[in-house]
Unconditional design. Sequence first.
Length: 280
Amino acid sequence: MRTKDNELVNRIKLYIEEQIDRRGRMPTIRDIAEALDVGKSSVQRYLEYMVEQGILARGEYGYESIEQSRTERTVSVAKLGYVPCGPLSEEYECIDGYVRLPASFVGNAKKCFLLTASGNSMIDAGINDGDLVLVRQQEEANYNDIVVALVDNEVTLKRYRPDNENGVIVLHPENKRMKDIVVANMFARGYKKEKWFFEAAKQIVRPNIIFLITCPAELAIRRIKNRAEECDRYLNEELLKKVREEFLRLGRRYDFQFIDTDREPTAAFGDVKKILEVSL
């Protein structure tokens, strides 16, 4: 490789060191290109040159600083907002940076994220106000697990204690001064074994037509992130795919009218209009 501009090499090296100190992870090629006003292809060539010169190392997941390559392998875990350990309040679903943690401790980093604990309801479990809590995404929780629970579109950190006999879930704080939170037994953001819900549903008049507006999860995420106010929102693609599949399964069972929206809005609206004209 031809000799490179030493000044740019030093600028890239300095920027990488600053980003690792501030964000706990190696910046992407795009990050470097935008910060230094250099083309991405040029950045790629310079990074390769820096590896050849022993300034950087090439790790399992991309480029690494020499210091990173000499220590235990770490992974970047997204740090989101706050999760209350006390009164319920809203969690802000935006990435607030990244923290590098040992890979042996985290496991699959793509299924984990960090939240900052707020409040004192979990102090007897060793979780204090301001602590970082590592959360692993999974479909089910075991009795007495500490979970991040979503209740009425708000989140809280508590112990999970389902009471199947009474059809409720008890969210138990680890603080003797605080009371349990009792909520309806819910599963994957839907109802499960809820007598009152199904009894109430019997009183609902079934509509003649049910439309299911759908699009692929990847497209939904792109559309959401194109909104300025939600560009940094954390979204779980695998969860969205599972939710979509459940709705599609439900729709096939009960003869929903499917409207695909992975096209121009006027085309989708036209399909709705045609179905209504034929049915009504």
